[in-house]
Design a binder for this molecule. Structure first.
Ligand SMILES: Nc1ncnc2c1ncn2[C@@H]1O[C@H](COP(=O)(O)OP(=O)(O)OP(=O)(O)O)[C@@H](O)[C@H]1O
Ligand code: NI
Length: 418
């Protein structure tokens, strides 16, 4: 018996090794997040799996309320205590969900940094921008603080810098000015002495990027960092993120609702809808062959490059998270929906290379095949089962053909997987 158990353990471990290759920097699997509320539990994130390799830029895209920020906050350990978290978030093979607040604080700002849209609230209004960044450097690069308080550093800053002997404060200040230069803040020595209210939105965002890269993080989480900026400044900030990403080999999780931004800087994309990832693919592939009707609708709603005109804005709204429909949450807005979509959520389904036999889900739902399985291409689709892609048919009952396709697994294959 014990022999059998060893064999079984070895098999499970081998499977785990294969399903969890060590080259992933971040590996989220089956993450669900539920908040308590007056109207009962609100599931903001459902069964999200997402991985990021070192140095890679992955976009997380979706409309407002799709669960992007909650996913990011979970990675960073910033959710309120009352939230229930299921699943796994591994960073560099360490499970983040079981870390203490202190351990997480150490990882944040040392290995994982973040930038947000609301830069204003991330910067302390009563400290100069330079002081805030140099303090971050002293804290996270383990340069001891020498017992100088915040107030003293502000008041004594110039004095300390004039000493011939470099102090830690002085060194961190020099590094701050270098970082300011690196992120394109003009007159960096002067600007470092100014307060946040003296900065424009774009300059604040540059300063936040300087702070975020001061620890040379392995992962940068950027949550809508350019949403509040005008398009010219946005383009500059995206270029900057791209540059520092290449220079420091930082992986980036880029959260946005803007497919145009995704196209600009992401290597791969995961599309979220109503708390779930509904499609994932390399960016080129996603733009060339979107599979999920929601992705198609998002792409159709990108303002055209020439005219800046919105072609086909997405009608309808994301379902109320306290009152999600039983079937596919996109069903009510989906041009390809059939009656099946109303009944139950179509399971995530990989788009595989042509001819590859599709495994049958063990103990799965009777007429819904579609196993969830390792997807080497990182490209999966939920609702291909009941029609998407070419078939923009009106809502209808499943045809015999649908059922046959369901039996086989997947109606169409384009075989164009990378
Ligand atoms: N602390 C919370 N308590 C209860 N519900 C929450 C909480 N935080 C988020 N939610 C809900 O979870 C869902 C997902 O929110 P989230 O902020 O992740 O969306 P998002 O995709 O980041 O949207 P946006 O583009 O507007 O930032 C929303 O319905 C939101 O109301
Ligand atoms: Ni958000």
């Amino acid at each position: 018996m014990s022999h059998d158990r060893n064999v079984e353990t070895a098999r499970i471990e081998t499977e785990r090794d294969q399903s969890n290759p060590p080259q992933q920097l971040l590996d989220i699997s089956d993450l669900s997040v539920t908040f308590p509320s007056q109207e009962g539990p609100v599931e903001a994130v459902t069964d999200v799996s997402l991985s990021i390799e070192p140095g890679e830029t992955v976009g997380l895209v979706g409309e407002s309320g799709s669960g992007k920020s909650v996913t990011a906050a979970t990675i960073l350990g910033l959710l309120e205590e009352s939230a229930r978290i299921d699943g796994s978030v591994e960073f560099d093979d360490q499970q983040l969900l079981t870390k203490t607040d202190d351990e997480l604080r150490e990882i944040r700002g040392d290995r994982i940094s973040m930038i947000f849209q609301e830069t204003g609230s991330s910067l302390n209004p009563v400290l100069t921008v330079g002081d805030q960044i140099s303090e971050t450097i002293r804290t996270h690069r383990s340069i001891p603080n020498e017992g100088i308080s915040r107030l003293e550093t502000s008041v004594l800053g110039n004095l300390l810098r004039s000493k011939s002997h470099p102090t830690n404060y002085e060194r961190s200040w020099e590094q701050t000015v270098e970082l300011f230069e690196r992120v394109g803040i003009p007159a960096p020595e002067q600007r470092a002495l100014e307060y946040p209210h003296e900065y424009s939105g774009g300059m604040k965002q540059r300063a936040m990027i300087a702070m975020a890269i001061s620890c040379r993080p392995d992962l940068l989480i950027a949550d809508e960092p350019t949403t509040a900026l005008d398009v010219t400044i946005e383009a500059q900030i995206l270029d900057l993120i791209d540059e520092v990403q290449a220079e420091f080999d930082t992986a980036v999780l880029f959260i946005t609702h803007d497919m145009g931004v995704v196209n600009e800087i992401c290597d791969r994309v995961a599309v979220m809808y109503a708390g779930r990832v509904v499609e994932r693919a390399p960016t080129d592939e996603l733009f060339a062959h979107p599979k999920h009707p929601y992705t198609q609708a998002l792409l159709d709603s990108i303002p055209s490059l020439e005219g800046g005109q919105t072609l086909d804005p997405l009608a309808g709204q994301v379902p109320d998270p306290t009152d999600k429909p039983p079937g596919c949450p996109f069903g009510p807005r989906c041009p390809s929906a059939t009656a099946c979509c109303d009944a139950r959520f179509p399971p995530e389904y990989p788009v595989t290379t042509a001819d590859e036999p599709l495994p049958v889900r063990e103990g799965g739902d009777d007429d819904v095949p579609s196993p969830r399985r390792n997807d080497p291409t990182g490209h999966a689709v939920h609702c291909v089962l009941y029609g998407s892609g070419d078939g923009l048919a009106p809502r209808r009952s499943p045809s015999d053909e649908d059922r046959q396709n369901a039996d086989r697994g997947r109606p169409e294959t384009d075989g164009g997987e990378p």
